[in-house]
Design a protein around this ligand. Sequence first.
Ligand code: SF4
Length: 81
Amino acid sequence: MRKPCIKCLLQDFDEAGYIEKIKKELDWMDEELRSPEELYRKRLDVCLSCEKLHEGTCLACGCYVELRAAIRKGKCPYKKW
Ligand code: SF4
C-alpha cells in the first residue's frame, strides 16, 4: 500500500479527500502506538464537549483531535485527557 504524501498542503485536498486521508492515517497507525478503542472514544467525548474544538481541530494546539486522541501517548494541551 502506498504511504501518504507528507509534503502536501491542505489546499491540495478536496474536503472529502481530506477526510479520507485522515481515515487512512488512522488505518495505517501502528497498533502499538494506537490508543485502545475505549480510551480513544473517551478522549473524543471530552473533545466534543470542549470549547476549543472547531471542525475537528483543537484550537489550543492546531491538531486534528481524532489523530491526537488515537496516539496512545497523546495528551490534551489543556490536560483534559
Ligand atoms: S485536545 Fe483538549 S483542548 Fe483540544 S479540543 Fe480536545 S479537550 Fe479541548
